[in-house]
Design a protein around this ligand. Structure first.
Ligand SMILES: Cc1ncc(COP(=O)(O)O)c(C=O)c1O
Length: 399
């Protein structure tokens, strides 16, 4: 027996946090860490945001849960607000990103079914994608490391190379139902999909009667400086999965759909026990109060520029450690020269938390509420971490 009662599925850092304040996390020993990991883009408004704490505690004193067999006014309100702010006409609330993706996948298949095309069930996805850890979403993500050993891959996902729109077009068959893409790949290494490519995907979907599904679980809710990343491209999907930032730390997600795309989702065909419960909805509404407030997203854009420019300077200074900066908004990646795990460790030694991603990248996903001073502090810590690594290379070479 191993030392822990928990599944050994996570490679955990030897750190335990006791509480959080804004962009800071404090360990059980009182050590302060600057949190640029943000629970992997979950803590959109940092830790213990007073408006979220108030919304959650007020709701907790009133009503935690009723099932979706009854009206849930806060759910209706959050649904209407998401509809007002986006391309969508309909919303289904879930507990997680993967469950939001499951809903999007089922909605797309069901749409084709009710339109007289039960044979159209396949979905085209892109290499480097990450859509979750359920059986269908690991098939959609297509990464062998997540599929191995879990039996036959769920049927119906066809993968093409990242940003290869010609390949996506060639992959369309009479059985294709939809195309699924993250407008900015997160786990794949902070890779934004060019505007032109999103536009072409929209055209392909329209031309072939397919639905376009965006996964904005990581890049949505203000992360890129717009409420949703696809707004930068001026392209709207038929379906969109969101999660992470909308709950600010409370587990929740949603699938957004146009009326047309949701045609097949009639009474009884889909469901959830916890999705959209009053506690989650109170927090989701509170997150939107802040993110949709006048000037908030413009300030995210301004701060993002500050961080990106600062990072570019650090990359120039330490080319043996950081090859370049990528990403958009407060979803930035350091493309590393040495293994990203090593760089991540050096940052952690500086009490700065970040997240490794694919393609040897370190993700920086600070709360949208990060201050200019905290950005300055983070840059100092990244510089110190990179300097330590550069000095170590020099010392090794001198041996
Ligand atoms: C783009 C994207 N889609 C889906 C998911 C899955 O979300 P969850 O872990 O909440 O199921 C993630 C999680 O990292 C994600 O980044």
């Amino acid at each position: 027996m191993s030392g822990s009662a928990l599944y050994e599925t996570f490679a955990r850092a030897p750190l335990a946090f006791d509480h959080g304040e804004g962009t800071w996390l404090v360990t059980d020993k009182g050590e302060r860490y600057l949190d640029f990991a943000g629970g992997i883009a979950v803590n959109s408004l940092g830790h213990s945001h007073p408006h979220l704490v108030a919304a959650l505690t007020e709701q907790a004193a009133k009503l935690w849960h009723v099932s979706n067999l009854y009206e849930i006014p806060e759910q209706r309100r959050l649904g209407e607000r998401l509809v007002d702010a986006t391309f969508a006409d309909k919303v289904f609330f879930t507990n997680s990103g993967a469950e939001a993706l499951e809903c999007a996948i089922k909605t797309a298949r069901r749409y084709q079914f009710v339109k007289g095309h039960p044979e159209r069930f396949r979905i085209i996805t892109f290499e480097g994608a990450f859509h979750g850890r359920t059986l269908a979403t690991i098939a959609a993500g297509g990464q062998y490391k997540y599929l191995e050993g879990f039996g036959p891959k769920v049927e119906g996902f066809d993968q093409v190379a990242f940003d290869d729109i010609d390949a996506a077009e060639k992959a369309i068959t009479p059985e294709t139902a939809a195309i699924l893409i993250e407008p900015v790949q997160g786990e794949g290494g902070i890779r934004p999909v060019p505007t032109q490519s999103l536009k072409r995907l929209r055209q392909l979907c329209d031309q072939h009667g397919l639905l376009l599904i965006f996964d904005e679980v990581q890049c949505g809710i203000g992360r890129t400086g717009k409420l949703f990343a696809h707004e930068w491209a001026g392209v709207t999907p038929d379906l969109m999965a969101i999660a992470k930032g909308i709950g600010g730390g409370f587990p929740m997600g949603a699938c957004l759909a146009t009326d047309e795309a949701a045609t097949g989702m009639t009474a009884g065909v889909h469901g959830t026990t916890f999705g959209g419960n009053p506690l989650a909805m109170a927090v989701g509404n509170a997150v939107l109060d802040v993110v949709l407030a006048d000037g908030f997203l413009e300030d995210v854009q301004r701060k993002a520029l500050l961080l990106k420019q600062g990072l570019a300077g650090v990359a120039d200074e330490f080319p043996d450690v950081i090859e370049g900066i990528r990403g958009t908004g407060l979803m930035l990646g350091l493309k590393c020269v040495m293994p990203n795990t090593k760089v991540n460790m050096a940052l952690r030694d500086q009490h700065l938390l970040a997240v490794p991603a694919g393609d040897n990248v370190i993700r920086l996903l600070p709360p949208l509420t990060v201050t200019d001073a905290e950005i300055g502090e983070a840059l100092e810590r990244i510089r110190a971490g990179a300097k330590g690594l550069t000095d170590a290379i020099a010392a090794e070479a001198a041996k």
